[in-house]
Design a protein around this ligand. Structure first.
Ligand SMILES: C[S@@+](CC[C@H](N)C(=O)[O-])C[C@H]1O[C@@H](n2cnc3c(N)ncnc32)[C@H](O)[C@@H]1O
Length: 442
Protein backbone atom coordinates (compact mmCIF):
# COMPACT_ATOMS: atom_id res chain seq x y z
CA UNK A 1 0.00 0.00 0.00
CA UNK A 2 1.42 3.34 -0.95
CA UNK A 3 1.84 5.77 1.91
CA UNK A 4 1.04 8.65 -0.44
CA UNK A 5 -2.64 8.91 0.31
CA UNK A 6 -5.05 7.39 2.79
CA UNK A 7 -7.80 6.92 0.27
CA UNK A 8 -10.96 5.82 1.96
CA UNK A 9 -14.06 6.61 -0.02
CA UNK A 10 -16.93 7.58 2.24
CA UNK A 11 -20.42 6.49 1.34
CA UNK A 12 -23.77 7.84 2.58
CA UNK A 13 -23.91 8.33 6.32
CA UNK A 14 -26.69 7.95 8.77
CA UNK A 15 -25.71 11.07 10.73
CA UNK A 16 -25.71 14.61 9.34
CA UNK A 17 -21.89 14.76 9.38
CA UNK A 18 -20.22 14.54 6.03
CA UNK A 19 -16.72 13.27 5.49
CA UNK A 20 -14.23 14.38 2.92
CA UNK A 21 -13.62 11.89 0.12
CA UNK A 22 -10.07 11.20 1.17
CA UNK A 23 -7.57 12.18 3.81
CA UNK A 24 -4.04 13.22 3.11
CA UNK A 25 -1.47 10.75 4.44
CA UNK A 26 -0.30 11.53 7.95
CA UNK A 27 3.33 10.81 7.07
CA UNK A 28 3.67 11.29 3.31
CA UNK A 29 6.76 10.13 1.48
CA UNK A 30 9.55 12.62 0.93
CA UNK A 31 9.35 14.61 -2.29
CA UNK A 32 11.83 13.76 -5.04
CA UNK A 33 13.75 16.98 -4.21
CA UNK A 34 13.92 16.17 -0.50
CA UNK A 35 15.07 12.58 -1.22
CA UNK A 36 17.82 13.89 -3.50
CA UNK A 37 18.87 16.42 -0.87
CA UNK A 38 19.17 13.67 1.77
CA UNK A 39 21.07 11.50 -0.68
CA UNK A 40 23.67 14.28 -1.02
CA UNK A 41 23.58 15.16 2.69
CA UNK A 42 26.69 13.05 3.44
CA UNK A 43 28.72 15.29 1.08
CA UNK A 44 27.27 18.34 2.77
CA UNK A 45 28.25 16.95 6.19
CA UNK A 46 31.77 16.29 4.91
CA UNK A 47 32.03 19.93 3.74
CA UNK A 48 30.58 21.47 6.89
CA UNK A 49 32.10 19.15 9.45
CA UNK A 50 35.29 17.71 7.96
CA UNK A 51 36.70 14.84 9.99
CA UNK A 52 40.27 13.62 10.25
CA UNK A 53 40.79 9.99 9.20
CA UNK A 54 41.05 8.84 12.83
CA UNK A 55 37.82 10.63 13.74
CA UNK A 56 36.05 9.00 10.78
CA UNK A 57 37.37 5.57 11.84
CA UNK A 58 35.77 6.03 15.26
CA UNK A 59 32.52 7.55 14.00
CA UNK A 60 30.47 4.35 14.35
CA UNK A 61 31.80 3.80 17.90
CA UNK A 62 31.05 7.42 18.78
CA UNK A 63 27.50 7.02 17.48
CA UNK A 64 27.03 3.90 19.61
CA UNK A 65 28.45 5.66 22.63
CA UNK A 66 26.23 8.71 22.22
CA UNK A 67 23.22 6.47 21.69
CA UNK A 68 23.75 4.58 24.95
CA UNK A 69 24.62 7.83 26.71
CA UNK A 70 21.30 9.32 25.61
CA UNK A 71 19.29 6.19 26.38
CA UNK A 72 20.98 4.69 29.43
CA UNK A 73 22.95 7.42 31.17
CA UNK A 74 20.12 9.90 31.16
CA UNK A 75 20.99 11.55 34.45
CA UNK A 76 24.34 12.62 33.04
CA UNK A 77 22.76 14.13 29.94
CA UNK A 78 20.38 16.36 31.84
CA UNK A 79 21.62 19.90 32.09
CA UNK A 80 24.96 19.06 30.45
CA UNK A 81 26.56 20.48 27.37
CA UNK A 82 27.04 16.98 25.99
CA UNK A 83 27.32 18.04 22.31
CA UNK A 84 30.35 20.28 22.74
CA UNK A 85 33.02 17.61 22.07
CA UNK A 86 33.89 16.90 18.40
CA UNK A 87 33.24 13.16 18.94
CA UNK A 88 29.70 13.68 20.29
CA UNK A 89 28.89 16.47 17.84
CA UNK A 90 30.11 14.38 14.87
CA UNK A 91 27.97 11.46 16.05
CA UNK A 92 24.91 13.71 16.40
CA UNK A 93 25.38 15.39 13.02
CA UNK A 94 26.01 12.15 11.10
CA UNK A 95 23.43 9.89 12.73
CA UNK A 96 20.83 11.52 14.99
CA UNK A 97 20.34 14.62 12.86
CA UNK A 98 19.61 12.82 9.55
CA UNK A 99 17.27 10.30 11.21
CA UNK A 100 15.45 13.18 12.92
CA UNK A 101 15.31 15.00 9.59
CA UNK A 102 13.70 11.98 7.99
CA UNK A 103 10.95 11.57 10.60
CA UNK A 104 10.31 15.32 10.98
CA UNK A 105 10.17 15.95 7.25
CA UNK A 106 7.53 13.25 6.87
CA UNK A 107 5.56 14.63 9.81
CA UNK A 108 5.72 18.23 8.57
CA UNK A 109 4.74 17.12 5.08
CA UNK A 110 1.50 15.82 6.58
CA UNK A 111 0.86 18.64 9.06
CA UNK A 112 1.35 21.47 6.59
CA UNK A 113 1.69 24.19 9.26
CA UNK A 114 0.35 27.54 8.12
CA UNK A 115 2.99 30.26 8.53
CA UNK A 116 2.15 33.72 7.20
CA UNK A 117 4.67 36.23 5.86
CA UNK A 118 6.64 37.77 8.74
CA UNK A 119 5.85 34.95 11.21
CA UNK A 120 8.15 34.34 14.18
CA UNK A 121 9.01 30.72 14.90
CA UNK A 122 10.72 29.91 18.19
CA UNK A 123 12.56 26.60 18.43
CA UNK A 124 13.44 25.38 21.95
CA UNK A 125 16.60 23.22 22.14
CA UNK A 126 17.17 23.73 18.42
CA UNK A 127 20.44 21.73 18.30
CA UNK A 128 21.75 21.68 14.70
CA UNK A 129 18.60 23.46 13.47
CA UNK A 130 16.88 20.15 12.78
CA UNK A 131 13.42 21.72 12.62
CA UNK A 132 14.48 24.53 10.26
CA UNK A 133 16.12 22.02 7.91
CA UNK A 134 13.19 19.61 8.03
CA UNK A 135 10.73 22.42 7.28
CA UNK A 136 12.84 23.49 4.29
CA UNK A 137 12.77 19.88 3.03
CA UNK A 138 9.05 19.38 3.67
CA UNK A 139 7.79 22.83 2.65
CA UNK A 140 10.17 24.46 0.15
CA UNK A 141 7.19 26.61 -0.92
CA UNK A 142 7.53 28.48 2.40
CA UNK A 143 11.12 29.48 1.64
CA UNK A 144 9.94 32.43 -0.41
CA UNK A 145 8.17 33.93 2.64
CA UNK A 146 10.06 36.06 5.14
CA UNK A 147 9.97 33.87 8.26
CA UNK A 148 12.02 34.54 11.38
CA UNK A 149 13.41 31.53 13.21
CA UNK A 150 14.64 32.09 16.78
CA UNK A 151 16.72 29.04 17.57
CA UNK A 152 17.38 28.65 21.30
CA UNK A 153 19.99 26.34 22.77
CA UNK A 154 22.45 26.16 25.64
CA UNK A 155 25.17 24.81 23.29
CA UNK A 156 26.12 27.19 20.45
CA UNK A 157 28.31 24.95 18.25
CA UNK A 158 25.62 22.57 16.97
CA UNK A 159 23.47 25.58 16.04
CA UNK A 160 26.33 27.14 14.05
CA UNK A 161 26.99 23.88 12.21
CA UNK A 162 23.25 23.53 11.65
CA UNK A 163 23.08 26.98 10.06
CA UNK A 164 25.83 25.99 7.59
CA UNK A 165 23.97 22.76 6.83
CA UNK A 166 20.76 24.71 6.25
CA UNK A 167 22.53 26.94 3.71
CA UNK A 168 23.96 23.84 2.05
CA UNK A 169 20.45 22.38 1.85
CA UNK A 170 19.21 25.56 0.18
CA UNK A 171 21.88 25.05 -2.49
CA UNK A 172 20.82 21.42 -2.91
CA UNK A 173 17.18 22.50 -3.26
CA UNK A 174 18.14 25.21 -5.76
CA UNK A 175 16.69 27.86 -3.41
CA UNK A 176 19.86 29.65 -2.26
CA UNK A 177 18.95 32.86 -4.12
CA UNK A 178 15.24 32.98 -3.42
CA UNK A 179 15.03 31.81 0.22
CA UNK A 180 14.01 34.61 2.60
CA UNK A 181 14.20 32.89 5.99
CA UNK A 182 16.06 34.76 8.73
CA UNK A 183 17.86 32.60 11.27
CA UNK A 184 18.56 34.06 14.72
CA UNK A 185 20.71 31.95 17.04
CA UNK A 186 20.14 32.51 20.75
CA UNK A 187 22.68 30.91 23.07
CA UNK A 188 20.95 30.58 26.44
CA UNK A 189 18.73 28.21 28.44
CA UNK A 190 15.18 28.25 27.09
CA UNK A 191 13.55 30.05 30.03
CA UNK A 192 16.13 32.86 29.89
CA UNK A 193 16.15 33.13 26.09
CA UNK A 194 12.34 33.30 25.86
CA UNK A 195 12.36 36.61 27.73
CA UNK A 196 14.20 38.26 24.82
CA UNK A 197 12.50 36.64 21.84
CA UNK A 198 9.52 38.23 20.11
CA UNK A 199 6.10 36.70 20.67
CA UNK A 200 5.92 33.55 18.63
CA UNK A 201 3.43 32.68 15.93
CA UNK A 202 4.70 29.15 16.23
CA UNK A 203 6.61 27.50 19.03
CA UNK A 204 8.37 24.20 18.38
CA UNK A 205 10.39 21.82 20.49
CA UNK A 206 11.68 18.62 18.95
CA UNK A 207 13.46 15.90 20.94
CA UNK A 208 13.92 18.47 23.67
CA UNK A 209 11.54 17.88 26.54
CA UNK A 210 12.97 14.47 27.37
CA UNK A 211 16.24 16.25 28.20
CA UNK A 212 14.77 18.59 30.77
CA UNK A 213 15.48 17.72 34.39
CA UNK A 214 12.04 16.54 35.58
CA UNK A 215 12.08 15.87 39.30
CA UNK A 216 10.95 12.61 40.76
CA UNK A 217 9.54 14.21 43.88
CA UNK A 218 6.81 16.19 42.10
CA UNK A 219 4.10 14.77 39.84
CA UNK A 220 5.23 14.97 36.22
CA UNK A 221 1.80 16.26 35.17
CA UNK A 222 2.20 19.30 37.43
CA UNK A 223 5.73 20.02 36.16
CA UNK A 224 4.59 19.79 32.54
CA UNK A 225 1.67 22.10 33.31
CA UNK A 226 4.09 24.73 34.70
CA UNK A 227 6.36 24.27 31.65
CA UNK A 228 3.42 24.68 29.27
CA UNK A 229 2.17 27.78 31.09
CA UNK A 230 5.60 29.36 30.79
CA UNK A 231 6.23 28.55 27.12
CA UNK A 232 2.67 29.33 26.02
CA UNK A 233 2.89 32.82 27.55
CA UNK A 234 5.54 33.55 24.89
CA UNK A 235 3.08 32.67 22.13
CA UNK A 236 0.44 34.78 20.46
CA UNK A 237 -3.07 33.66 21.49
CA UNK A 238 -3.77 32.80 17.85
CA UNK A 239 -0.42 31.03 17.49
CA UNK A 240 0.39 27.33 17.31
CA UNK A 241 2.75 24.97 19.07
CA UNK A 242 4.30 21.73 17.88
CA UNK A 243 6.00 19.34 20.28
CA UNK A 244 7.72 16.23 18.95
CA UNK A 245 9.48 13.61 21.06
CA UNK A 246 10.93 10.15 20.45
CA UNK A 247 8.23 7.49 20.26
CA UNK A 248 9.29 5.88 23.53
CA UNK A 249 7.39 5.69 26.83
CA UNK A 250 8.84 8.93 28.26
CA UNK A 251 8.36 10.85 25.00
CA UNK A 252 4.75 9.65 24.67
CA UNK A 253 3.96 10.51 28.28
CA UNK A 254 5.42 14.03 28.01
CA UNK A 255 3.46 14.69 24.83
CA UNK A 256 0.21 13.43 26.32
CA UNK A 257 0.69 15.56 29.42
CA UNK A 258 1.44 18.61 27.27
CA UNK A 259 -1.80 18.00 25.42
CA UNK A 260 -3.70 17.82 28.69
CA UNK A 261 -2.07 21.05 29.87
CA UNK A 262 -2.98 22.73 26.58
CA UNK A 263 -6.60 21.57 26.63
CA UNK A 264 -6.89 22.65 30.29
CA UNK A 265 -5.68 26.14 29.32
CA UNK A 266 -8.22 26.48 26.49
CA UNK A 267 -5.93 25.43 23.64
CA UNK A 268 -7.24 23.45 20.67
CA UNK A 269 -5.77 20.14 19.58
CA UNK A 270 -5.03 20.17 15.85
CA UNK A 271 -3.48 16.72 15.87
CA UNK A 272 -2.92 13.85 16.13
CA UNK A 273 -6.15 13.55 18.13
CA UNK A 274 -9.49 13.63 16.32
CA UNK A 275 -11.15 14.96 19.50
CA UNK A 276 -10.53 17.11 22.59
CA UNK A 277 -11.60 14.42 25.11
CA UNK A 278 -9.17 13.25 27.81
CA UNK A 279 -6.39 11.13 26.35
CA UNK A 280 -7.16 7.42 26.83
CA UNK A 281 -3.43 6.78 27.15
CA UNK A 282 -3.53 8.48 30.56
CA UNK A 283 -6.18 6.08 31.81
CA UNK A 284 -5.41 4.10 34.93
CA UNK A 285 -3.82 0.74 34.00
CA UNK A 286 -3.06 1.79 30.40
CA UNK A 287 0.31 0.32 29.57
CA UNK A 288 0.83 1.74 26.07
CA UNK A 289 1.53 5.32 25.05
CA UNK A 290 0.68 7.54 22.12
CA UNK A 291 3.22 7.22 19.31
CA UNK A 292 3.42 6.53 15.60
CA UNK A 293 5.70 4.19 13.73
CA UNK A 294 6.66 4.91 10.14
CA UNK A 295 8.70 2.89 7.66
CA UNK A 296 12.24 4.06 6.94
CA UNK A 297 11.43 4.65 3.29
CA UNK A 298 13.39 7.70 2.13
CA UNK A 299 16.44 6.80 4.23
CA UNK A 300 19.49 7.39 2.01
CA UNK A 301 21.79 4.35 1.52
CA UNK A 302 24.76 6.10 3.22
CA UNK A 303 22.71 6.50 6.42
CA UNK A 304 21.57 2.87 6.30
CA UNK A 305 25.17 1.80 5.88
CA UNK A 306 26.44 4.00 8.72
CA UNK A 307 23.62 2.78 10.99
CA UNK A 308 24.57 -0.82 10.18
CA UNK A 309 28.21 -0.01 10.96
CA UNK A 310 27.16 1.39 14.35
CA UNK A 311 24.95 -1.68 14.90
CA UNK A 312 21.97 0.64 15.19
CA UNK A 313 20.12 -0.27 12.02
CA UNK A 314 16.45 0.68 12.11
CA UNK A 315 13.52 -1.04 10.52
CA UNK A 316 11.16 1.80 11.34
CA UNK A 317 11.17 5.20 12.97
CA UNK A 318 8.77 6.33 15.63
CA UNK A 319 7.69 9.58 17.19
CA UNK A 320 5.11 11.14 19.47
CA UNK A 321 3.75 14.56 18.69
CA UNK A 322 1.06 17.07 19.47
CA UNK A 323 0.07 20.10 17.41
CA UNK A 324 -1.86 22.72 19.35
CA UNK A 325 -3.55 25.99 18.41
CA UNK A 326 -3.90 28.93 20.81
CA UNK A 327 -7.28 29.82 22.37
CA UNK A 328 -7.86 32.37 19.56
CA UNK A 329 -6.36 30.16 16.87
CA UNK A 330 -7.65 27.54 14.49
CA UNK A 331 -10.49 25.38 15.76
CA UNK A 332 -10.56 21.81 14.55
CA UNK A 333 -13.86 19.93 14.23
CA UNK A 334 -14.39 16.96 16.48
CA UNK A 335 -14.54 14.05 14.11
CA UNK A 336 -17.12 11.84 15.81
CA UNK A 337 -16.81 8.80 13.59
CA UNK A 338 -13.11 8.95 12.91
CA UNK A 339 -10.25 7.30 14.72
CA UNK A 340 -6.53 7.83 14.47
CA UNK A 341 -4.71 4.52 14.13
CA UNK A 342 -2.18 4.20 16.95
CA UNK A 343 -0.79 0.70 16.40
CA UNK A 344 0.28 -1.75 13.74
CA UNK A 345 -2.14 -4.45 12.61
CA UNK A 346 -2.31 -7.78 14.42
CA UNK A 347 -4.38 -10.95 14.07
CA UNK A 348 -7.36 -11.28 16.44
CA UNK A 349 -9.13 -14.66 16.72
CA UNK A 350 -12.92 -14.35 16.81
CA UNK A 351 -15.16 -17.27 17.82
CA UNK A 352 -17.79 -16.54 15.16
CA UNK A 353 -15.86 -14.90 12.36
CA UNK A 354 -12.56 -16.74 12.57
CA UNK A 355 -9.36 -14.77 12.31
CA UNK A 356 -9.83 -11.00 12.08
CA UNK A 357 -7.37 -8.16 11.64
CA UNK A 358 -7.20 -5.70 14.52
CA UNK A 359 -5.49 -2.45 15.27
CA UNK A 360 -5.98 0.15 17.98
CA UNK A 361 -7.43 3.53 17.21
CA UNK A 362 -8.05 6.63 19.28
CA UNK A 363 -11.44 8.30 18.91
CA UNK A 364 -13.85 10.54 20.77
CA UNK A 365 -15.10 7.41 22.63
CA UNK A 366 -11.58 6.55 23.83
CA UNK A 367 -9.35 3.69 22.74
CA UNK A 368 -11.02 1.43 20.19
CA UNK A 369 -10.02 -2.03 18.99
CA UNK A 370 -10.94 -1.76 15.31
CA UNK A 371 -11.60 -5.04 13.55
CA UNK A 372 -11.87 -5.97 9.90
CA UNK A 373 -11.96 -9.22 7.98
CA UNK A 374 -8.53 -10.64 7.27
CA UNK A 375 -7.03 -9.56 3.98
CA UNK A 376 -9.65 -6.82 3.63
CA UNK A 377 -8.11 -3.74 5.11
CA UNK A 378 -4.76 -2.14 5.33
CA UNK A 379 -4.16 0.57 7.89
CA UNK A 380 -0.93 2.19 8.92
CA UNK A 381 0.11 3.85 12.11
CA UNK A 382 -1.20 7.43 11.94
CA UNK A 383 -4.02 6.85 9.43
CA UNK A 384 -7.38 8.44 10.09
CA UNK A 385 -10.17 5.93 9.43
CA UNK A 386 -13.95 5.82 9.73
CA UNK A 387 -15.05 3.60 12.61
CA UNK A 388 -18.37 1.98 13.29
CA UNK A 389 -19.36 1.22 16.87
CA UNK A 390 -22.49 -0.83 17.58
CA UNK A 391 -25.16 0.80 19.75
CA UNK A 392 -23.93 -1.09 22.79
CA UNK A 393 -20.27 -1.71 22.11
CA UNK A 394 -18.42 -4.41 24.05
CA UNK A 395 -15.08 -3.87 25.75
CA UNK A 396 -12.11 -5.98 24.74
CA UNK A 397 -11.23 -7.92 27.94
CA UNK A 398 -7.50 -7.67 27.27
CA UNK A 399 -7.09 -3.96 26.54
CA UNK A 400 -10.41 -2.62 27.87
CA UNK A 401 -10.78 -0.85 24.49
CA UNK A 402 -14.24 -0.57 22.95
CA UNK A 403 -14.65 -2.94 20.03
CA UNK A 404 -15.60 -1.43 16.68
CA UNK A 405 -15.18 -2.18 13.03
CA UNK A 406 -13.79 -0.28 10.10
CA UNK A 407 -16.80 1.54 8.73
CA UNK A 408 -19.01 -1.20 7.21
CA UNK A 409 -20.32 0.91 4.30
CA UNK A 410 -16.86 1.39 2.96
CA UNK A 411 -14.58 -0.69 0.89
CA UNK A 412 -11.41 -0.59 2.92
CA UNK A 413 -8.12 -0.27 1.16
CA UNK A 414 -6.32 -3.46 0.37
CA UNK A 415 -2.93 -3.80 1.95
CA UNK A 416 -0.49 -3.96 -0.91
CA UNK A 417 2.69 -3.24 0.91
CA UNK A 418 5.87 -2.36 -0.85
CA UNK A 419 8.52 -5.06 -0.69
CA UNK A 420 10.71 -3.13 1.73
CA UNK A 421 7.88 -2.99 4.26
CA UNK A 422 7.35 -6.74 4.45
CA UNK A 423 10.87 -8.06 4.19
CA UNK A 424 11.98 -9.53 7.47
CA UNK A 425 14.47 -7.27 9.17
CA UNK A 426 18.02 -8.36 9.77
CA UNK A 427 18.84 -9.53 13.24
CA UNK A 428 20.53 -6.30 14.07
CA UNK A 429 17.52 -4.22 13.04
CA UNK A 430 15.81 -2.85 16.07
CA UNK A 431 12.49 -1.23 16.76
CA UNK A 432 12.82 2.23 18.11
CA UNK A 433 10.29 1.82 20.83
CA UNK A 434 8.56 -0.76 22.91
CA UNK A 435 5.19 0.04 21.33
CA UNK A 436 2.24 -2.26 20.95
CA UNK A 437 3.10 -5.74 19.77
CA UNK A 438 2.61 -6.61 16.15
CA UNK A 439 0.76 -9.76 17.07
CA UNK A 440 -1.63 -10.21 19.88
CA UNK A 441 -2.95 -13.37 21.46
CA UNK A 442 -6.41 -13.51 22.88
C1 LIG B 1 18.44 15.91 21.54
S1 LIG B 1 18.88 17.54 21.14
C2 LIG B 1 17.59 17.94 19.99
C3 LIG B 1 18.06 18.89 18.94
C4 LIG B 1 17.05 19.16 17.85
N1 LIG B 1 15.90 19.87 18.35
C5 LIG B 1 16.64 17.87 17.17
O1 LIG B 1 15.45 17.55 17.13
O2 LIG B 1 17.51 17.18 16.62
C6 LIG B 1 18.39 18.47 22.56
C7 LIG B 1 18.93 19.88 22.55
O3 LIG B 1 18.37 20.59 23.65
C8 LIG B 1 19.38 21.43 24.17
N2 LIG B 1 19.01 21.75 25.57
C9 LIG B 1 18.98 20.91 26.63
N3 LIG B 1 18.56 21.59 27.73
C10 LIG B 1 18.33 22.87 27.34
C11 LIG B 1 17.87 24.03 28.00
N4 LIG B 1 17.57 24.02 29.30
N5 LIG B 1 17.71 25.17 27.29
C12 LIG B 1 18.00 25.20 25.96
N6 LIG B 1 18.45 24.13 25.29
C13 LIG B 1 18.62 22.97 25.95
C14 LIG B 1 20.65 20.60 24.05
O4 LIG B 1 21.81 21.43 24.07
C15 LIG B 1 20.43 19.93 22.69
O5 LIG B 1 20.98 20.70 21.65
Amino acid sequence: MSEEKSKIAFGPKSSSMSFPASFPASFPDLSEEASQALLGYADLLRDVFPMKAAHRRHLADNIQELSSFLIEDRKEVLGRDYLHTPAALGAYLWYFLPWNLLRLTRLLGGLKPDLPEGANIVDLGAGPLTFVQALALARPDLLSRELHFYCLDTTPKPMREGRKLYHGLLNALGMAESARWKIHLVHAPWHVALKDTPRADMLVATNFMNELPWHRREPLSEQVRVFFREVSSSLRPDGQALFVEPGNRLGGKLITLLRESGVGAGWNVLGPCTHPQPCPMLAHRETSWCHFTVSTRGCPPWLEELSREAELRKRDVSLSYVHLAGPQGRRPDTKEDLARIISAEFPVPDREKGMMTGRYGCAVHGKVLILSGQGEAGTRSGDIVPVHLPEKPRHDPKSQALIGTLHPDKKPRRATRRPEEVKSPGREARREDGGPNRTRKK
